[in-house]
Design a protein around this ligand. Structure first.
Ligand code: FMN
Length: 352
């Protein structure tokens, strides 16, 4: 029997309307991505990891990650760092920015992050990891959650030792991506560990890793008893995968739908990042949207080489003229995306 994913659950007192969570992804999870995820069925979305040091030093680019739109809720903002008091201070900013949940990154395997004692290395220093969670839980009235890997080394089961301690320290939910940090993204996520973690703690567990279809989501939920599944790479340029996972409703999107979603994404990203940053940022998305057999491969190459986003838009509409009407409809249906603005003495909202 299939599990119904459109049922609500809670993290602390934050109600989440579906069992599908959109993964935090650095360089991907901009507001446009998160809002799109919500439209296609994600019950909870998450920012990419935000540096506590960047927040502490009021770095403009870092503070730009704290923009929250009214139609994103419920939203988690994820922070990374290694110093409990700096993390607690950053969490206060996250709360002030309007997030519903503060998520803490104990999973990032990238050297630039781990060498500072942050991300996945904290799985090897559970005392410090607990102090971080405690400090944040004390600092903010929001639920504090943690996203982690299985451990640092291949075969590690550190998550089963650290996870329950983090819950004791105040974590209201844990997300497990059961690969080791060493594995990066190779091999497979071992969700037998997710099932073990569910047995050990009494907070909701979110299962992350290799969930790309409804069948896989159903299998992971059934075999682990996790509260929800998280989807990352499967949703890149492919919000339709989210709809299939939640609603079992899937038909390949038409070219017009693909182009309309991509143009909307481009426009929203320009609004968020400014034209200059958006131009480079968006290039990886062309392949994600236009691949999967939707358009011939040279088309993506052509777009990547165009200099301005106006040219990209013109070329996209030339390839699928009907997309203009689909886009109009999409825009009419969009909720009014008013933003909650942090009261800061610098202009972080102009993009650029
Ligand atoms: C490009 C990219 C960036 C990521 N950035 C983050 C991040 O900022 N924070 C985090 O907790 N996980 C991050 N992840 C890990 C994902 O959230 C997720 O756990 C992982 O990709 C496995 O899920 P998937 O198989 O559905 O992609 C990232 C993954 C990718 C591919």
């Amino acid at each position: 029997m299939e599990l119904e994913l459109r049922t609500s659950w809670s993290i602390g007192d934050v109600e989440i309307p579906t069992r599908l969570v959109l993964a935090p992804m650095a360089g991907v999870s901009v507001q446009a991505f998160r809002r799109q995820g919500r439209r296609y069925g994600a019950g909870l979305v998450c920012s990419e990891m935000v540096s506590c040091a960047g927040i502490e030093h009021r770095n403009e680019k870092t503070l730009g990650y704290l923009r929250v739109a009214s139609d994103e809720h419920p939203l988690a903002i994820q922070i990374f760092g290694s110093d409990p008091s700096v993390m607690a201070e950053a969490a206060r900013m996250v709360a002030a920015a309007g997030a519903d949940i503060v998520d803490v990154n104990f999973g990032c395997p990238v050297k630039k992050v781990t060498k500072t004692g942050a991300g996945a290395t904290l799985l090897d220093d559970p005392d410090r990891a607990c102090r971080i969670v405690e400090a944040i839980a004390e600092a903010v009235p929001l639920p504090v959650t943690v996203k982690m890997r299985r451990g640092l080394e291949n075969g590690s089961r550190a998550c089963l030792d650290v996870g329950p301690r983090l819950v004791e320290a105040g974590a209201a939910s844990l997300t497990l991506h059961p690969r080791s940090a060493k594995q990066m993204y190779t091999g497979e996520a071992d969700h037998s560990l997710t099932a073990e973690l569910v047995e050990l703690v009494d907070v909701p567990i979110i299962a992350s890793g290799d969930i790309t279809s409804r069948a896989r989501a159903q299998a992971v939920l059934a075999t682990t008893s996790a509260a929800a599944v998280m989807v990352g790479r499967g949703a890149q340029g492919n919000p339709w995968a989210l709809r299939e996972i939640v609603d079992a409703e899937y038909s390949d999107p038409s070219r017009e739908e693909v182009v309309a979603e991509l143009v909307l994404f481009i426009r929203e990203t320009v609004r968020e990042l400014g034209e200059r940053r958006a131009t480079g940022f968006l290039k990886k998305f062309y392949g994600w949207y236009l691949g999967r057999g939707r358009f011939p491969r040279p088309f993506k190459q052509e777009l990547v080489q165009l200099e301005t986003l106006d040219e990209v838009e013109t070329r996209l509409f030339a390839a699928a003229p009907g997309a203009r009407f689909v886009l109009e409809r999409l825009q009419d249906e969009l909720p009014d995306g008013e933003e909650f603005l942090l009261d800061l003495p610098i202009s972080i909202y102009g993009g650029g």
